[in-house]
Design a binder for this molecule. Structure first.
Ligand code: ASP
Length: 310
């Protein structure tokens, strides 16, 4: 089976001056992840690699670069899911770790639980030897600026909130036909301390099942949770819809009922893929065979050779 990897760098409205950073970041992370798949790596290895690269890139709202909560601190959510066994691991409201996605994978691999939160997740990280990083090291000037602006403006103003999205996620199908997803975020700007968003919740921020496919979501977390967006898309695929139709139908329900905007990357078990969004923009890239597809605005899709370095 020809492996495929689809990656997003968050749905929302990306300020003009940050479009290049976002698109280049997503493309280079996709190349890194596809190298893992081409080398015979598993779908799970590839999605964790991609999300780790994006967490380490301060242009995204995950790991270093995360948005700040109402107190001006970083609290992050992440999830992984393995479509082969339905194994999953997640962390929520976690602090002081550089790569929450790797901690989520440890929850999956080393515990009998699905999600660890806040202080307990931190203690688990220490017990696993995950290095503790100062909270300040995850905060960028841009995140602090957004936080200050939101303190002045109405924090519930969705359009402004959408300006600093940049959650990251990936889905993959490997050569063996195994599917996986990973998603990581700092959440919503000026969220309440302790808020847990869609990303850490199975079936909301992500889902993977070899029998159907895999999805990673981004957008207004509370709305995503109300429609269990990732699982809803896979339900539509189970009902015979294509990856595009299933993604669009579920995003439309999320817009109609809880009035939320968002975006998704979706693969089915045959390796067909889609990157769809109801927000103004979503930075995305997909690698399959020798081609890298990518885009930022609705209806836009460019290609590059994967054998050419950028
Ligand atoms: N879904 C994320 C959250 O609500 C935010 C985002 O995707 O930008 O935490």
């Amino acid at each position: 089976m020809l492996p495929v990897l689809v990656v997003h760098g968050g749905a929302g409205r990306i300020p003009k001056e940050r479009e290049g950073l976002s698109s280049e970041g997503v493309r280079s992370a996709t190349r890194a992840g596809y190298t893992v798949l081409r080398g015979g790596g598993s779908a799970m290895d590839a999605v964790v690699e991609v999300v780790t690269v994006l967490e380490n890139n301060p242009a995204f709202n995950a790991g270093c670069g995360s948005v700040l909560n109402a107190k001006g601190e970083v609290e992050m959510d992440a999830i992984v899911m393995d479509g082969r066994t339905l194994a999953s691991g997640a962390v929520s409201a976690v602090r002081n770790v550089a790569n929450p996605v790797q901690l989520a994978r440890l929850v999956m691999d080393k515990t009998s639980h699905l999600c660890l939160t806040a202080g307990g997740a931190g203690r688990f990280a220490r017990s696993m030897g995950v290095p503790e990083v100062p909270g300040e090291s995850l905060i960028t000037d841009y995140a602090r600026m957004c936080w200050k602006k939101n303190l002045v403006l109405d924090t519930n103003h969705v359009e402004f909130q959408m300006g600093k999205m940049g959650t990251v996620g990936a889905v993959a199908v490997d050569a063996e036909g195994n599917t996986a997803c990973a998603t990581s975020t700092g959440g919503m700007v000026n969220k309440m301390e302790g808020r847990v968003g869609d990303t850490a919740c199975i079936g909301c921020g992500g889902y993977a099942d070899n029998k159907v496919g895999a999805v990673s979501c981004t957008g207004h977390g509370e709305a995503i949770m109300k429609v269990t967006l990732a699982r809803l898309i896979l339900f539509h695929i189970e009902q015979g819809r294509s990856v595009e139709e299933a993604s669009d139908l579920a995003l439309a329900s999320m817009k109609e009922r809880p009035h939320g905007l968002g975006g998704v990357v979706t693969v089915d078990s045959q390796g067909r893929w889609a990157a769809r969004f109801s927000s103004q923009q979503m930075s995305w890239a997909a690698a399959q065979g020798n081609t890298l597809h990518y885009g930022l605005y609705a209806g836009e899709s460019f290609t590059q050779s994967l054998d050419k370095t950028v």
